[in-house]
Design a protein around this ligand. Sequence first.
Ligand code: ADP
Ligand code: MG
Ligand code: MG
Length: 207
Amino acid sequence: MGCTAADVVAALRAAAEVVREHRDELVRLDQAIGDGDHGENLKRGFTALLSRLDAEEPASPGKVLKLVATTLISTVGGAAGPLYGTAFLRASAAVGDAAELDCDAVARALQGALDGVVARGKAVVGDKTMVDALTPAVTAAASVDGSVAAVLSAAADAAAEGAESTVPMVARKGRASYLGERSAGHLDPGARSTALLLRAFADAAAK
Ligand code: ADP
Ligand code: MG
Ligand code: MG
């Protein structure tokens, strides 16, 4: 069974709740190696998204993802706004006008999201960014042959591991890179938020 526009909206509402619950944690992570706004930036973006989803329900999964992109680009700010915005824009393009997303479409959407983040931010694995969570998630999603929920769950598990892998890294992109060696020993806030979003999507798809 595929994932309809309403399913994608439900997953985004669940993600907004997770962002709200983890706002303080993401702020603390960003206080350690950045400027302490990541949790608030994302909370602002997802709160704006909730009001837009209350006002209109886009007709296809791709249109929902496009609405996420434009909302996050215009409300999140900082480095993460354009990066997450581009991710959702490319995910939207990857799924096109399909009325339902199957597991292949979800894997393509994740690949598109990663390609967008990399095109925009030029980070590679090991730079201590959201790319360290998203890259293993894409690989895991492509290797699972099952339901949408199974694909997203594998992606979420891989993203969580990828996020943890950023702890010993020295940041080479974003604000944390200004700290040089002092950035080591801390979890990257963007990698953490990527893992949280994917877990929220996976849990919503399993319902
Ligand atoms: P800002 O650093 O502008 O305050 P945020 O705090 O919202 O923005 O987001 C910081 C996160 O953005 C970092 O933890 C990192 O994961 C991600 N990030 C920063 N620069 C890049 C980049 N060039 N490529 C990928 N991700 C990046
Ligand atoms: Mg910040
Ligand atoms: Mg900032």
